[in-house]
Design a protein around this ligand. Structure first.
Ligand code: CA
Length: 360
């Protein structure tokens, strides 16, 4: 018995040693070393850590044949320089969200989120099984890029204000950080939208450079300390009902990978896409509780007549965007058709259940 135990121990030690050596060798001989630039502060909870997880998964799934080094905003390129950097091959990969690049292609905003549009669950369905990802791939091909959903925030919060929003008139003259189509909606409601990277929100709000801001939801908003710069926290985030975070991959770099590594990259994106939604769903409740109890944040719902007006404007904004060119029309038609079909099912499944759960 003793001898057998001894052999077992020696065996285990050899295995452990062998693993250690193997790991070192694997790291040294990675066939592909990629850089991933991101629009997020390095290691930012949820957003930045999703990029880290994506890189880690690619490394693990490939047995170390592929290594991806993650860069936070400004480490290699500025937050809003990510798209160009990956497009020209400065980095092989990027992590951001498509509405940040609306200056290059407005239609890309459909692949982030649409005010009063699809939820996270529905967006993923449109992407993977409703033709959304094919259209997105077609669009990014013009820039030498391949897109992939790589995270979803779920329904976001409306944002942080220093005054109550009791009517649409309260939005007039309001300078608010709000990206994408939501920004255009605010503009038509009389406000001034600005687009700032996350890392600049707290200082801008605290200094009064902006009057209000939205970011993501309790988990991320708590991390930036936004409650120290504004006291009213509005919901729901009508402007971002299920925002997709994207991975963008330089097409040339992707094509240079063997087929199995290509599959690993795309499937790692898919894992992170689902996992981040679970992380937000898990972390938002505790963060909201802390905001309300510890930091005495004032939670407010947008009044119905404000939402009604914003919805009317949203429909106009989306219809105009859809009418820009043939490709935009194609994307809109696909999105709209999916949305219309999704409504009936969503109404008698998720919504009916949530209503029933709250009511009976
Ligand atoms: Ca947001």
């Amino acid at each position: 018995m003793q001898r057998r135990d001894f052999i077992k121990k020696v065996g285990a030690a050899s295995v452990a040693l062998g693993t250690g050596l193997a790991m070192t060798n694997v790291q040294a001989r990675a066939d592909f070393k990629w850089k991933m630039v991101t629009t997020w502060p390095k290691n930012f909870p949820g957003l930045g850590t999703a990029a880290n997880n994506l890189a880690r998964l690619i490394g693990e799934m490939s047995g170390g044949r592929m290594q991806v080094k993650v860069y936070g905003a400004k480490e290699l390129v500025p937050a809003f320089g990510v798209f160009d950097a990956v497009s020209r091959g400065t980095a092989e990969m990027g992590h951001g969200s498509a509405y940040y690049w609306k200056g290059k292609m407005e239609v890309g905003q459909f692949f982030s989120t649409v005010p009063f549009g699809l939820t996270a669950q529905e967006m993923n369905a449109w992407m993977y099984h409703g033709g959304g990802l094919q259209l997105w791939t077609e669009l990014y091909d013009n820039f030498g890029l391949i897109p992939a959903p790589a995270g979803n925030t779920g329904v976001q919060m409306g944002g942080w204000f220093n005054k109550e929003i009791n009517s649409v008139a309260d939005l007039e003259g309001l300078k608010m950080r709000i990206p994408g189509l939501g920004g255009e909606v605010l503009k038509r409601a009389g406000g001034t939208p600005v687009n700032l990277p996350g890392g600049e929100l707290f200082t801008s709000l605290k200094s009064g450079a902006i009057d209000a801001t939205e970011w993501v939801g309790p988990y991320n908003d708590l991390a930036f300390g936004l409650y120290r710069a504004a006291k009213y926290y509005y919901y729901p985030g009508f402007h971002e009902p299920g925002t997709i975070l994207e991975a963008m991959i330089n097409k040339e770099a992707f094509n240079a990978l063997p087929k199995d590594l290509q599959s690993i990259v795309m499937n790692a994106c898919k894992v992170v896409n689902q996992d981040l939604l679970a992380e937000y769903t898990a972390r938002n409740p505790a963060a909201l509780h802390e905001l309300l109890t510890k930091h005495k944040v004032q939670l407010r719902a947008y009044p119905d007549d404000v939402l009604k007006k914003l919805r009317k404007i949203s429909n106009e904004v989306v219809a105009e965007l859809a009418d820009k060119d043939d490709f935009s029309r194609k994307v809109y038609q696909s999105y709209k058709q999916f949305y219309d079909n999704a409504l009936l099912w969503s109404d008698i499944s998720e919504r009916a259940y949530l209503d029933a759960r709250a009511r009976v």
